[in-house]
Design a protein. Structure first.
Length: 336
């Protein structure tokens, strides 16, 4: 893994390269951002270049030296990763005590030992307090990298002892290009996969296209049930959706993308500007029956539903209200 391979994070990579060039690498870094935006890959690339025996003028690893070859095989002894050990979902104090023992020694093979804690939100209270002591008096030759979605679930004292670097969403154009290059998807297919995994290359590459298309078609059918079904069927839908394990986020995202396309059509968008290009005929048919105002209202209703569900509102009651309102607002005969 090389720094040049990290896509869409120019600001972060620029900071790291400057720190490398000036020999001013902080002892602890906190990588903040959603899953799949390159946090772990950047940690690996940074560990490699820190220990490269022939660092390049652009502050990237050479890829040829003994250290780089060890990294390529995943066997470099001074790169440690601390994760929850299944079935636990937490990083526990025993793991931190063992880590503290190891970092007390000099690195085994190179100049730097790099420790990746991922995700840092899973440090339990005891482990976090034990790790804080390490950050307060960091042993020389050790770089600690923590990854997290946000700061909220971390001890403020841990956050304050790290240099924070925020990873943004990877641009859609990059996601589409990578999906085409790596998986051979068409532009139409890649656009849909990229849209559902907004800003996350890892998520986009892990997505199964056929499964995604089936989910999207199911969501469109469900929107039709909400509009045309009996009150009993609508309430049944809400009950089923509220059950534990149902992926409501996926439903909301796919429904919003569908209505995004409907709104785009009312603004004379071309087919190439749509996400659901393979369902163009259905979109055009619906767009003729809906007003722009209603489409905007429904996009707002989906956003409101997402906020309420994330705010721990009663999911079944919230879905009941949402589904009944959706049915009442739309004209008869509309698929979704």
């Amino acid at each position: 893994m090389f720094l040049r391979d990290i896509l869409g994070q120019e600001r972060v990579i620029g900071f790291l390269k400057q720190a490398l060039a000036n020999d001013q690498m902080p002892h602890a870094l906190l990588f903040l951002g959603n899953e799949g935006v390159g946090k772990e890959s950047t940690a690996l690339a940074l560990a490699q270049v820190l220990n490269c025996e022939n660092r390049q003028p652009d502050q990237d690893a050479c890829g040829q030296c003994h250290s780089c070859r060890l990294f390529a095989t995943g066997s470099y002894p001074d790169f440690l990763q601390i994760n929850p050990v299944p079935p636990s979902v937490q990083i526990k104090i025993g793991q931190i005590r063992e880590l503290n023992r190891q970092v007390g020694f000099h690195p085994l093979a190179g100049t730097w030992r790099v420790v990746l804690l991922k995700p840092a939100e899973t440090l339990n209270e005891e482990a976090a307090n034990a790790f804080l002591k390490t950050l307060e008096e960091p042993p020389p030759g050790n770089l600690f990298i923590l990854t997290a979605i946000g700061e909220r679930d971390l001890l403020p004292t841990i956050v304050s002892r790290c240099r924070r670097l925020s990873f943004g969403a990877i641009p859609q154009a990059i996601l589409i290009q990578e999906l085409q290059n790596r998986q051979g998807l068409t532009t139409e297919q890649a656009s849909l996969v990229a849209a559902i995994n907004y800003g996350s290359l890892g998520g986009a590459l892990a997505e199964d296209l056929m499964d995604l298309l089936a989910k999207r078609d199911q969501v469109v059918n469900e929107l039709g049930v909400l509009q045309q079904g009996s009150t009993g069927n609508v309430l049944k839908w809400a009950t089923e959706k509220s059950k534990k394990g149902t992926n409501l986020d996926s439903f909301i995202i796919l429904a919003r993308l569908w209505y995004r396309d409907l709104l785009a059509l009312t603004c004379q968008a071309t087919p190439a500007q749509l996400i659901n290009q393979d369902r163009l005929a259905d979109l055009v048919s619906q767009e003729h029956l809906l007003t722009s105002a209603l489409i905007v209202e429904r996009l707002g209703a989906l956003s409101s539903l997402q906020r309420q569900l994330r705010g721990n509102f009663n999911s079944e009651l919230t879905l009941n209200n949402f589904s009944l309102q959706w049915r009442q607002e739309g004209p008869a005969g509309v698929l979704g």
